[in-house]
Design a protein around this ligand. Sequence first.
Ligand code: TMP
Length: 225
Amino acid sequence: MRTLETGQGRFISLEGIDGCGKSTLLQRLSQWMTAAGMAHVTTREPGGTRLGERIRELLLDPAYSGMSQESEVLLYSASRAQLVQEVIRPALGKGLWVLADRFCDATLAYQGFGRGLSLDRLLGLQEWATQGVLPHHTLLLDCSLETAASRRQLKASTPDRIEREAQAFHARVRQGYLELARRDPGRFLVLDAEKPLEEVLADLVSLFRDPLQPSLSKAWHGEFG
Ligand code: TMP
């Protein structure tokens, strides 16, 4: 797969196991980017479009506990295909940044490492569904299953279909994400999400100011604008 060549915007995805704190951090990062004058859109997966949000309801509803692995992966991919076409490509084309709450790596981690589906087959499907679009950077928020479980308990909502999976499944997903990061160190940045979320946010913001992360920090220094 390749990253999309764009004018100014960069495509950043946030990944991690359920409860790692990624959605809260994405919201906070988005507020920080607004204050820093970085025009951006935020997305979530599954979802982020009218069609995608309907697909999300199906995917997360515990009533569909009998969903086949193949149906599951195709539904996630369908939501992503719509999101790329309707939101991500147009935003990058306009020079906006895209902050994505999950992208392809979630399918590799959950359906590949978690469910045991063939990674090669999933990669081919993702390339097709996304028209080859890949994030410029992927921020992996890594924390223990225990920390994730205690953060999930803070949410009042009942566990969804995926959150109800056994601990062993979530353990494979975590290890899968770390393996994906090892395989692609140029794109992945692994952040210690064991820390309090305010500290993780500070780590994230410092990446955007770090001259060693040129495609993140150039925007901060105004070189794209
Ligand atoms: P969220 O809770 O981060 O919004 O994600 C919804 C759930 O869907 C979460 O448990 C992770 C799972 N998921 C997959 O299994 N495969 C995917 O491709 C994506 C995007 C999410």
